[in-house]
Design a binder for this molecule. Structure first.
Ligand code: NPG
Length: 368
């Protein structure tokens, strides 16, 4: 393919309810969407960077800047463009994995659409639907939390993830277990809110039979997770620390994770995400698909990834209505706790022009 240009579009989507994590409260999601135009087809990519650098060092305006000044102009110099060519072409630019991931995904989508092949098939999916979990934010009270969890279980979600932080950990887990029983698949996510000094406190989660505890410590504190794994029974899962297949291999060898959350944006794209999957499968480490409040565009690709054989735990791949009253694509709808893997060309979904226009705040066109 030959690149004609890239459209960068900023959209703002109100969330159906505030989402509180240990790093902040979100009521709206600001998202950078890319539309790559080539001589053969167009492709879409969703950048998962947040408005503020609180989950990682990346943020929306930084992604827009690095794409405009460095990444897209460099891609314009690639003579034969396809999904596999993107990461090597951009490798000399450090970091900015979420921005790179969005660009690679959009190019890959264009390539696959041109060839009439689906993302699921390209990545090696083996299922046509995937089991879904839901991530439940920190609430003002236990009563509010139990109402939220009850609603999600009624909707059919097959796994509950509770966001935790110091002061909101053992009690909410205990309350959910007491109300909904031991059969509910339950896990917790700390988003780096603890230190190794909290190890004994976190061992207080052991009696509740959790699937895993996700990223209790700082992303650079990988070895501390190995030490924690020696003192708690709950399996340790890494999210923020896993930025590449190499990081995953190192963390596994160190004993720092028994489970891995794979987020394509965090690792530079779906091709690296697949390599992480392969490393984990080779080491007998189960993986699951993370989520970052994506619209239907990002969700479609995440659901395709979640259909690979090593994704043996339900992911944060919830239905559109868990996040947004109106999605920018046809909504993903839960069916018996599952989402259907899109099978059309590329990511298999396309934004609905009127819905997209309604949430757009800014559009830039960068010709090659
Ligand atoms: O279902 O998309 C979802 C949200 C899942 O909890 C979730 N994501 O730390 O994993 C996380 C968290 C997150 C959301 C992180 C937005 C960063 C941004």
């Amino acid at each position: 393919m030959k690149l004609s240009g890239v459209e960068l579009r900023l959209i703002t989507m109100p969330l159906v309810s505030p989402f509180r994590t240990s790093f902040g409260v979100q009521t709206t999601r600001e998202i950078l969407l890319l539309r790559v135009v080539t001589d053969e087809a167009e492709g879409w990519g969703e950048c998962v960077a947040m408005s503020d650098p609180l989950y990682s060092s990346e943020y929306v305006n930084a992604a827009h800047d690095v794409l405009t000044r460095f990444l897209i102009p460099t891609l314009g110099q690639v003579s034969t463009l396809d999904g596999n060519a993107v990461a090597p072409a951009l490798a000399r630019f450090k970091g900015h994995r979420m921005a790179k991931a969005a660009l690679e995904t959009a190019v890959l989508d264009a390539e696959l659409r041109a060839q009439g092949r689906s993302m699921a098939r390209e990545l090696g999916a083996v299922h046509d639907r995937v089991p879904c979990g839901v991530s439940v934010g920190i609430m003002d009270s236990i009563g509010e939390l139990l109402d939220a969890v009850g609603g999600y279980l009624d909707a059919g979600y097959l796994r509950i993830k509770l966001k935790i932080e110091p002061g909101w950990d053992i009690e909410p887990v205990r309350a959910v277990r007491e109300r909904f029983g031991d059969d509910v698949l339950l896990q917790v996510d700390a988003n780096t809110a603890y230190t190794l000094a909290d190890a004994r406190h976190l061992a207080g989660l052991d009696p509740f039979g959790l699937l895993l505890i996700e990223q209790p410590f700082d992303e650079e504190d990988v070895y501390a997770h190995a030490e924690l794994a020696q003192v708690i029974q709950t399996p340790v899962c890494l999210d923020e620390s896993i930025t590449s297949a190499r990081a995953a291999a190192d963390a596994i060898r160190m004993g720092a994770c028994q489970v891995v959350n794979i987020k394509p944006g965090r690792v530079g794209g779906y091709l690296e995400a697949r390599r992480i999957h392969d490393v984990c499968v080779a080491n007998g480490v189960p993986v699951w698909a993370g989520g970052m409040l994506e619209t239907g565009i990002g969700r479609a690709a995440n659901v395709a990834l979640a259909a690979l054989p090593g994704f043996t735990l339900p992911g944060d791949t919830s239905a559109s209505d868990r996040y947004y009253r109106t999605d920018i694509t046809d909504p993903f709808v839960l069916d018996d706790g599952h989402l259907t893997v899109p099978s059309g060309p590329g990511v298999g979904v396309t934004p609905i022009p009127a819905e997209l226009a309604a949430v757009t705040s800014k559009v830039d066109w960068l010709p090659r």
